[in-house]
Design a protein around this ligand. Structure first.
Ligand SMILES: [Zn+2]
Length: 253
């Protein structure tokens, strides 16, 4: 091997090392770009959830408040009805003093029994309504507090998410610019391998060797292949998944 050829190999190795570094940078940018694209979908979804949460709690607050008002009105009406029934009862009981016939007596007793049973039913209803009123009265401030906290927290998050959405375009443009700058430096043949894997596979395109295997698909590599990858003088791909393989002294073994 002549001296010139040796220099050529060393130069080639340095260049390949540089290519791998560029591809690793590229893959980080592509990952970020993928995330940014996905965020166009999930950020509005997240905002939708935060808004629904506010609306649901607001609805619950309004419903509880309306139920309390209704219970209060029912309670008042029942109290009035019981009062009316009690006055009626008193009237019948006074009529008892002036009873002249058995027939009149029987009729009045029947009326008294009827009013008494009406009062009993209404008092039971009143009791239940009062319990309901108490429960709602206790619940209302808690729901109100929850609603206010939720509104404050969610509004803050919504604001952050909106800013993210608004900046997606600019962030993507900046990443694309970085990408284009790297693309100029990577040989076309290497780039076409990268692009093919990138389109076809999820996750990383350029992966280190680990335990003498491709760290993405775990395909075992032949000693010859490992030697080639370690020598790093040409682009090596995994036979199984097609990803670009590299050796990193800190990771590979
Ligand atoms: Zn593989």
């Amino acid at each position: 091997m002549g001296a010139n050829m040796k220099v050529g190999v060393v130069k080639e190795e340095i260049r390949m090392q540089g290519d791998i570094e560029l591809l690793l940078k590229l893959q980080v940018i592509d990952y970020d770009l993928g995330e940014l694209e996905r965020s166009k979908e999930y950020l509005p979804d997240m905002m939708g959830n935060l808004n629904s949460e506010i609306q649901d709690t607001q609805k619950k607050l309004e419903e509880t408040s309306a139920a309390l008002e209704e219970a209060k009105i029912t309670q008042k009406n029942l109290e009035l009805e019981v009062k009316t029934n009690e006055a009626e009862l008193q009237k019948y009981q006074q009529q008892m003093m002036n009873i002249k016939t058995n027939k009149e007596y029987d009729a009045l007793v029947a009326q008294i029994d009827s009013v008494k049973s009406t009062i009993s039913v209404r008092e039971q209803e009143l009791l239940e309504t009062m319990e309901k009123t108490d429960t709602l009265k206790a619940e209302l401030p808690e729901i109100q507090k929850k609603y206010e906290q939720l509104k404050e927290n969610n509004s803050r998050q919504l604001h952050i998410l909106q800013e993210k959405i608004d900046s997606i375009g600019d962030t993507i443009a900046a990443k694309e610019k970085e990408r284009a700058a790297i693309l100029k430096q990577v040989p076309k043949s290497t780039m076409s391998i990268y692009e093919r894997v990138h389109r076809g596979k999820d996750g990383a395109v350029v992966v280190p060797v680990r335990r003498r295997s491709c760290s993405a698909c775990n395909k075992a590599l032949t000693p010859k292949k490992i030697q080639e990858i370690r020598r790093n003088n040409r682009i090596n791909t995994c036979e199984s998944c097609g990803r670009l393989l590299f050796w990193d002294d800190n990771i590979s073994d």
